[in-house]
Design a protein around this ligand. Sequence first.
Ligand code: C2E
Ligand code: MG
Ligand code: MG
Ligand code: MG
Length: 283
Amino acid sequence: HAKKQGKDRYEIFEPELQATFQAGLQLEADLRRAVVRHEFELRYQPIVHLRTGEITGLEALIRWQHPERGVIPPLDFIPLAEETGMIVPIGEWVLREACRQAATWNARRDSQHPLSVSVNLSAVQLDQPNLPAVVASALANSGLPATSLIIELTESLLVDHRDSTLHQLEQIKELGVRLAIDDFGTGYSSLAYLRRFPVDIIKIDKSFVDDVGDEPTAAALTMGIIQLGQALSLSTIAEGIEDKFQLTELTDGNCELGQGYYFAEPLTDIATDELLFPTGASS
Ligand code: C2E
Ligand code: MG
Ligand code: MG
Ligand code: MG
């Protein structure tokens, strides 16, 4: 009898839903294996001082090197990693690896111009009470000064924050780490969290930068965000700069920093090394 009930229940599934469900289970199993077998890599996208073109930092962006499917971008697995809690060990690895790599590069550079490294954090990680200790440990083990680490948080994370979030961020700030708001301008938010959270950097979302040259509203909002940053003594980083025209508009508008395909895509560690320390160049 139980068998028959099970069978009836099975038949209420649409075949497409069934396929989606199976694929989800497969992805979850694959992701568990990926954590154990260390199938993740970091790419590094240069962050550039817009007036001088100098590279001031790198944003670490995760990739999953899947053995059969090839490179899987973060938006295709981070949500599942968050739902399942796997983002906690994955995110800790990102933090430790980014700090280690940045410290290694800085040891080979002019000590007057250390690079910063930016790491994206998910809300699930911020809910872990030991996060400040994990950050402190990543810094201590790598030797990277706290002032060279930037933690990126999305607006939505701050808008839906828990009571513990502010305390967690204050503890991380006390280490000397800087905080950036990612995708600024895309959340359904008041600006109140800029008062409440100890933010250092605003990252202007690519959707504004895309249209800064050809849409007056986007241009006005972009300039407004830059001025807001100046008024609050925050750095501004424009995301997703793809052409010279956008660069000119942003530079003229006094945006301090930027990143985007116009300068460089996210690069492998080897390609980043080549960019930072060109072979054949005298040093
Ligand atoms: P994000 O932090 O806003 O990162 C910027 C995204 O824009 C990256 O996509 C980058 O490759 C892409 N991008 C940069 N410049 C350009 C450009 O000029 N044109 C275009 N079309 N795209 C550009 P990516 O690497 O696929 O990452 C997507 C998102 O995944 C990130 O958005 C971030 O929210 C999340 N993410 C990436 N790595 C991690 C991680 O280690 N942990 C967590 N929690 N999230 C991560
Ligand atoms: Mg980011
Ligand atoms: Mg962004
Ligand atoms: Mg455009």
